[in-house]
Write a protein that binds this ligand. Structure first.
Ligand code: KIV
Ligand code: ZN
Length: 527
């Protein structure tokens, strides 16, 4: 048996069947390139006969793919198979994936065929596909609700016709891990020619068991797993690629078998799928969710600071996330607070930490999450620093589809007016660049959202943004009738916080140095 699990990604086919997840040809090409970086073995690029767009994207992906096998889906009929071959034939490694349902429910209500007719259709389809393409996969749709002996008969017949891969889909997400494992084992033990093909699994998540079922199948001998990035797909979705890959890798002791996936590309792939489909993953989604590596409880944060193994079974870097996050909230303790201040550049003495901790707890009682800026305000208040701020006096911007976006901004600081202009990618970008030119502080927008506070065409827009300045990031908020004005004010809000931060840091570090100096003098005197 193979000593590796092949990863068959169907984000572009079954994943795209998610309600509201359709992608353009260019989106699909971009995702296919990312899937190759992820190093999946097979990319199911689409269902060529289903539309002109699907046909074109499968063909373009087939032409461009460098390493992965490119599969196209086809029903068990000549027309589908021909169309599929026309699209995948350009690939270095093409595959035709034919399917027909085998459950009595599908036979009676959907296909209106007898078992004998389905068996023949499956055979004919594989034989014909094999006459065109060297690599053919057969799927027995609704396999988990099919009669096991009939399923075995179909599997044996299609392997006899040359199927290289036989897939046993849990089309409606009905099976359970023990049951699915037993099905795979049954096929391995009872189909005489089973070793001539790779056994594949394809699970849907209707009962939330798609990943568990896939893993159970692998434990019982399946060697290809069909899955999607972020688990998107029909209804409740397909088995999530990132969860399967990391489960196998994290529990080598249970599986002693792995995939070839480059796990550092998991998070970038997840982000790309979110951005292309607009389908966000839930915060607590395993592996790629916003909270997957975030720790808030004081006991957990303390454990994490001492040894990450205490509360993390895998490192975020291995899936392409920069690092685990300590979320500062009412459950956080002194250890986490000291670490957070150190990250922000404040080396607090025990007495200072104690003062900051009392203030921090007051803020944390009122807010769900305490941001960097809240912590800085706490220290700033203790040091009584009131730095000057920039105020937006006026802003003028020009943009359109035929002109280069330009903005001119006037800012006031301590009664003095400064004015500058910049060009950029759109009116907001040029306004922010003009602000950077005046303040000398440059931030990177990591989050940006606008929502209307009131209704109608003359609605007031509220802008929220998170700006990264390297060492710390700050939130900026502002509202205005004009989106560019609101964006500039929100950005300036974050820039002012950054300036406060720098001044507070300089003052604190200056104080700390002055306190240390007498001790240093004493040492010199003693020498
Ligand atoms: O869920 C399913 O049965 C499928 C097949 C076409 C493989 O997606
Ligand atoms: Zn499916």
């Amino acid at each position: 048996m193979r000593d590796r699990v092949l990863v068959f990604d169907t984000t572009l086919r079954d994943g795209e069947q998610s309600p509201g997840a359709s992608m353009t040809i260019n989106d699909k090409l971009m995702l296919a390139r990312q899937l190759e970086r992820l190093n999946v073995d097979v990319i199911e690029a689409g269902f060529p006969i289903s539309s002109e767009g699907d046909f074109e994207s499968v063909k373009r992906i087939a032409k461009e793919a460098k390493t992965a096998t490119i599969a196209g889906l086809a029903r068990a009929g000549k027309m589908d198979i021909d169309r599929c071959w026309e699209a995948v034939r350009f690939a270095k490694k093409p595959r035709i994936h034919v399917f027909i349902a085998t459950s009595d429910i599908h036979l009676k209500y959907k296909l209106k065929k007898t078992r004998k007719e389905v068996l023949k259709a499956a055979r004919d389809a594989v034989r014909y596909a094999k006459s065109l393409c060297p690599d053919v996969e057969f799927s027995a749709e609704d396999a988990t609700r099919s009669d096991l002996r009939f399923l075995g008969e179909v599997v044996q017949a299609v392997i006899g016709e040359g199927a290289d891969v036989v897939n046993i889909p849990d089309t409606v997400g009905y099976t359970f891990p023990t049951e699915y494992g037993a099905t795979i084992r049954y096929l391995r033990e009872n189909v005489p020619n089973i070793r001539e093909a790779v056994l594949s699994v394809h699970c849907h998540n209707d009962l939330g068991l798609a990943v568990a079922n896939s893993l159970s199948a692998i434990q019982n001998g399946a060697r290809q797993v069909e899955c999607t990035v972020n688990g998107i797909g029909e209804r409740a979705g397909n088995a999530s690629l990132e969860e399967i890959v990391m489960a196998l890798r994290t529990r080598k002791d249970l599986f002693s078998i792995d995939t070839r996936v480059n796990s550092r590309e998991l998070y970038p792939s997840s982000q790309m799928v979110t951005n292309l489909t607009g389908m966000k993953v839930q915060a607590n989604k395993a592996i790629v969710g916003k909270n997957a590596f975030a720790h808030e409880a004081g006991i957990h944060q303390d454990g994490m600071i001492k040894e990450k193994l205490t509360y993390e079974i895998l490192r975020p870097e291995t899936v392409g996330i920069k690092e685990s996050k300590l979320i500062m909230g009412k459950h956080s303790g002194r250890h986490a607070l000291r670490k957070k201040y150190l990250e922000l550049g404040f080396k607090l003495s025990d007495a200072e930490l104690e003062k900051a901790y009392v203030l921090f707890k007051k803020v944390a009682d009122k807010k769900k999450e305490v941001f960097d800026e809240d912590l800085i305000v706490t220290v700033r208040d203790a040091l009584r620093i009131a730095p000057p701020v920039y105020k937006l006096k006026n802003i003028q911007s020009t943009a359109g589809n035929q002109v280069i976006a330009t903005a001119t901004v006037a800012l006031e600081k301590e009664g003095r007016l400064s004015r500058d202009s910049a060009i950029g990618d759109g009116p907001v970008d040029s306004a922010l660049k003009a602000i950077d030119r005046i303040t000398g502080v440059e931030g990177k927008l990591v989050e940006y959202s606008v929502h209307s506070v009131t209704g109608g065409r003359d609605a007031v827009g509220e802008v929220f943004m998170k700006v990264d300045f390297g060492k710390a990031s700050f939130i900026g908020k502002a509202a205005s009738l004009d989106i560019v004005d609101a964006s500039a004010r929100a950005y300036l809000d974050a820039v002012n916080k950054m300036i406060h931060y720098k001044m507070t840091l300089d003052t604190h570090n200056g104080n700390a140095r002055r306190k240390k100096a007498p001790a240093a003098r004493k040492k010199i005197a003693a020498v």
